[in-house]
Design a protein around this ligand. Structure first.
Ligand SMILES: *Cc1c(COP(=O)(O)O)cnc(C)c1O
Length: 384
């Protein structure tokens, strides 16, 4: 099977992890600090706080934004379910807004109708790596003192108005799950320009402790720690950070390779009438974390049928981005989201990974093209 995604690991990651183990310090320590500094520099922000996943990053970002019971947080339903779940963790209510068809992201026009006196924050997702228009959303939200949190889970390496995605957000959250480009197995990061917010995030990820275990260990004098508020164990390990440091250095190459492969997909699929594929928005560059395509309304072959045909040809495709409001966990909430529903029902994600060969990609293109351009074969009734 041609996989939909595969991490790009080499000997270097294995050696970095082995060195962390050999050092005897495997929980959050010097390598986590080094990874945070390198990540902050790569994004161009003052502070980066490493955590155990993007889900936990979003949870802490919402606490930092002051969201709690009685508050509303506007989110796209069209996202991995963790975006909405994080709002539930703080006791606030996720309010689902529709997205723009071409970028699959929230835009001011879809957010505006949902703003109320109870809106505390908006979670802006850079879906499938495509940068969302942060400045346009902040122009709407900043005057209302509504915090815009960027869910950049997929978007490390993407660019927004000539800067790395997340650089302009009060709080941005990233994922290092293997389905994204840069991976540490599991892991996440929060970036912010605010030093006191960063300090609070560091305490919250470590049980609310006022001094980290690593700093206590390094101290010459005995130190008694205090717990300033109820926190969590959302730490990243030094083994993960060691891998992350290597992966971060390789990120530009990963993005370049994905953009090259995505360009080939766009060219070779451009002959299929009515097919819409992932692309750069005018104001930025996507890392193509996922290469999606939306089937034309008149397509003779439906999305699920196309996925089945591709699987028969040894190609592992995935449905497009899920819609949280259609899942049982959010039953009872029936928002009107026509673009979201069209995208989630009629789009799919094609294989795209760093070490994908041209021959593999040609195979995917020819399987997609023949499935979508040939009319449906007659159903043959076996003779009795
Ligand atoms: C993957 C993803 C998450 C969750 O990331 P984890 O690191 O697996 O917790 C959150 N939001 C979006 C948009 C994602 O794609």
């Amino acid at each position: 099977m041609i996989p939909v995604m595969r991490p790009w690991f080499g000997e270097e990651e294995a050696q970095a992890a082995a060195a962390a183990v050999a050092s005897g310090w495997v929980s959050q320590g010097p390598r986590v600090r080094e990874f945070e500094e390198a990540f902050a520099a790569a994004i161009g922000v003052r502070h980066a706080v490493a955590v155990s996943s993007c889900t936990t990053a979003l949870h802490l970002a919402l606490i930092a934004a002051g969201a709690g019971p009685g508050d509303e947080v506007i989110v796209p339903s069209l996202s991995f379910i963790a975006t909405a779940n994080a709002v539930r963790y703080v006791g606030a209510r996720p309010v689902f807004a529709d997205v723009d068809l071409a970028t699959q992201n929230l835009v001011p026009g879809t957010v505006r109708p949902h703003l109320t006196g109870r809106t505390r924050a908006v979670i802006l997702v850079d879906q499938a790596g495509a940068p969302a228009d942060l400045d346009a959303l902040r122009a709407l939200c900043d005057p209302l003192r509504v915090t815009v949190i960027e869910d950049a889970a997929c978007a490390a390496g993407s660019r927004y108005r000539a800067r790395p995605v997340g650089a302009g957000a009060a709080l941005a959250a990233y994922s290092f799950h293997p389905r994204k480009l840069l991976t540490t197995g599991e892991g996440g990061m929060i970036t912010t320009g605010d030093g006191s917010v960063a300090a609070r995030l560091r305490r919250l990820r470590e049980h609310g402790m006022d001094i980290s275990a690593a700093d206590r260990h390094r101290s010459q004098q005995p130190v008694i720690e205090h717990y300033t508020e109820v926190g969590f164990n959302y730490r990243m390990t030094d083994i993960q950070a060691a891998i992350g440091l290597v992966q971060l250095r390789k990120l530009p190459q990963m993005v370049a390779r994905r953009r090259e492969l995505a360009r080939r997909y766009q060219e070779q699929l451009s002959g299929i009438p009515g097919l819409l594929t992932a692309d750069d928005p005018g104001y930025g560059e996507t890392n193509y974390q996922s290469f999606w395509m939306l089937l034309p309304d008149e397509s003779a072959v439906g999305r699920d049928e196309l996925m089945r045909l591709l699987a028969e040809d040894g190609i592992s495709a995935r449905r497009g981005i899920m819609a949280a409001h259609l899942e049982p966990a959010y039953a009872g909430d029936t928002p009107n989201l026509p673009v979201t529903e069209r995208l989630t029902r009629h789009s799919l994600i094609l294989p795209l990974f760093h070490e994908m060969t041209q021959a593999q990609q040609d195979h995917v293109v020819s399987a997609v093209t023949s499935a979508l351009t040939k009319s449906r074969p007659e159903i043959s009734v076996p003779a009795r």
